[in-house]
Design a protein around this ligand. Structure first.
Ligand SMILES: Cc1ncc(COP(=O)(O)O)c(C=O)c1O
Length: 400
C-alpha cells in the first residue's frame, strides 16, 4: 500500500522552486545574483501597522480568536469593501484566513467534488490548478494570451463553461502578467456569467491597489451586484501593505459558503495569528496615503523594465496595467544558442541559461501555463532593475 495519498500525488511541487533554489545556491557560492523571481513588495510594512502589532502583544491579545477572525477585523474588512468596492457585507458573510492563499484553499476544498470543473484563465497563478487537483476536481484552462492583453475574452469564457463548471477564478491585476481588467472588460465577463446561473466566481483581488496610469480597479460584484450571491471576493494585506510574512487574507461571500469555509478552518489552522489580525485592523483602517507613493515607484520601475526589455533584444514585452510583473515573450529567441553555447529550446532553457550566464533569476512561462514567455517581478530597487535589464540585454545580444 502506498504511504503517500492519491491527493498529494496529483499535485506538482511549486514550479518556481527549482529556479529559486538554484539562485540561492549560486548566491551562497559567491555569485552576484539578482533575483526577480519573487512575488512580494520590497517595501517595509508601514510603521503604524508594526506598532499596532507591538501594542497588541503588550496588551496581551495573544490568545486564540474566533475561527473566522476577531470582530474588529471583520468590521474593518466590511468598511474596506464598502469604501473601496461598494460591496455591503454582513459579519456572517466575511471571514479572515492565514493569507489569501488559505482563503482560496478553504473555498475550493469546501465546495469541489470529483468531476467538478474550475475555469482558470491562462496564464495563471501557479497555485490555482494545484489546489483544484488536490480537491480531485478538474481545472479547465481558458487561453488569455498576449493578443488580448492576457485578458479572458467573453467568447473564451462562454466556450469554457459546461454543465459541470462550478467556479471561474478571476485574478485582476494578474500574477503573472500584470493585466488588469477595465470596468467595461469586466462587465463583458459578468454579462456572460449572468447567463450561466450555476457558475460561481472566485475573484482574487490581492493586487487591487496596484493599478497604474491613473486607471481604476474594478471587481465582479461592483460591476454586477446580482452576482454577489455566487461570488467570493478575496483580498488581503500581503501585497497592499507589504505584509507577506504576517499571513492575513480576507474575503466576503455568501453565508453558506463562509460557514463551510469556517468549519474547515476550525478543523485545520483555527484562527490566523491574533497579533497579525490586530495589525491588519490598523492596515485597513489607518492612513492609505502611502499607497500613492508606492504606486508611483512601481509604475516608474515597470516603465524602466518594459523599455529595457523591448530595446532591440528580440524579446516582446507588453506594458501591463497593474501588479508588479511583466511577462515578455521569448519565442523569437528559442531554437537558438546562447553566447556560451547553451541550446535554448524552451522557456525553461532560456531562464536557466540566463541565470547561469548573468545571475538574473526569472521564472519561465511554462510554470504559469504559458510556454514561450517568462515572468519578471519588478518589486526590486531601480538600481537592481537597471543592472538586471542590462544583463538581460547583453545575454540576448549574445544569442546566435
Ligand atoms: C495572485 C495571487 N493570489 C494570492 C496570493 C497569495 O497571497 P497571500 O500571501 O496573502 O497568501 C498571491 C501571492 O503571491 C498571488 O500572487
Amino acid at each position: 500500500m502506498a504511504f503517500l495519498s492519491d491527493a498529494i500525488s496529483r499535485i506538482a511541487p511549486s514550479a518556481t522552486v527549482a529556479i529559486s533554489r538554484k539562485a540561492a545556491d549560486m548566491k551562497r557560492n559567491g555569485r552576484d545574483v539578482i533575483s526577480l523571481a519573487a512575488g512580494e513588495p520590497d517595501f517595509d510594512t508601514p510603521l503604524n501597522v508594526r506598532e499596532a502589532a507591538i501594542r497588541a502583544m503588550a496588551e496581551g491579545k495573544t490568545r486564540y480568536t474566533n475561527v473566522d477572525g476577531i470582530p474588529e477585523l471583520k468590521a474593518a474588512v466590511a468598511r474596506k469593501f464598502k469604501r473601496d468596492n461598494n460591496i455591503s457585507a454582513a459579519p456572517e458573510e466575511i471571514m479572515i484566513g492565514s493569507g489569501g492563499k488559505q482563503i482560496i484553499f478553504n473555498a475550493l476544498l469546501a465546495t469541489l467534488n470529483p468531476g467538478d470543473e474550475v475555469i482558470i484563465p491562462v496564464p495563471y497563478w501557479v497555485s490555482y490548478p494545484e489546489i483544484v487537483r488536490l480537491c480531485d476536481a478538474t481545472p479547465v484552462f481558458a487561453r488569455a494570451d498576449a493578443s488580448t492583453g492576457f485578458k479572458l475574452s467573453p467568447e473564451a469564457l462562454d466556450a469554457a463553461i459546461t454543465p459541470k463548471t462550478k467556479w471561474l477564478i478571476l485574478n485582476t491585476p494578474s500574477n503573472p502578467t500584470g493585466a488588469a481588467y477595465s470596468a467595461a472588460e469586466l462587465k463583458a465577463l459578468t454579462d456572460v456569467l449572468m447567463r450561466h446561473p450555476h457558475v460561481h466566481v472566485l475573484t482574487d483581488d490581492i493586487y487591487e491597489v496596484l493599478v497604474y496610469d491613473g486607471g481604476s480597479f474594478a471587481t465582479v460584484v461592483q460591476m454586477e451586484p446580482a452576482l454577489q450571491p455566487r461570488t467570493l471576493t478575496m483580498n488581503g494585506v500581503s501585497k497592499s501593505h507589504a505584509m507577506t510574512g504576517w499571513r492575513i487574507g480576507y474575503c466576503t461571500g455568501p453565508k453558506e459558503l463562509i460557514g463551510a469555509m469556517t468549519k474547515l478552518q476550525g478543523q485545520s489552522t483555527t484562527n490566523p495569528s491574533s497579533i497579525a489580525q490586530w495589525a491588519a485592523v490598523e492596515a485597513l483602517d489607518g492612513p492609505q496615503e502611502f499607497l500613492a507613493g508606492w504606486r508611483a515607484k512601481f509604475q516608474e520601475r515597470r516603465d524602466l523594465v518594459v523599455k529595457g526589455l523591448n530595446a532591440n533584444t528580440g524579446l516582446d514585452c507588453l506594458t501591463p496595467e497593474g501588479a508588479f510583473y511583466v511577462f515578455p515573450s521569448v519565442t523569437n529567441l528559442l531554437g537558438k544558442t546562447s553566447k556560451t553555447g547553451t541550446k535554448l529550446n524552451t522557456d525553461e532553457d532560456f531562464v536557466m541559461a540566463l541565470l547561469d550566464e548573468t545571475g538574473v533569476a526569472l521564472v519561465h512561462g511554462t510554470a504559469f501555463g504559458s510556454p514561450g514567455a517568462m515572468r519578471l517581478s519588478y518589486a526590486a530597487s531601480n538600481k537592481e532593475l537597471e543592472d538586471a535589464v542590462g544583463r538581460i540585454q547583453e545575454f540576448c545580444a549574445g544569442i546566435r
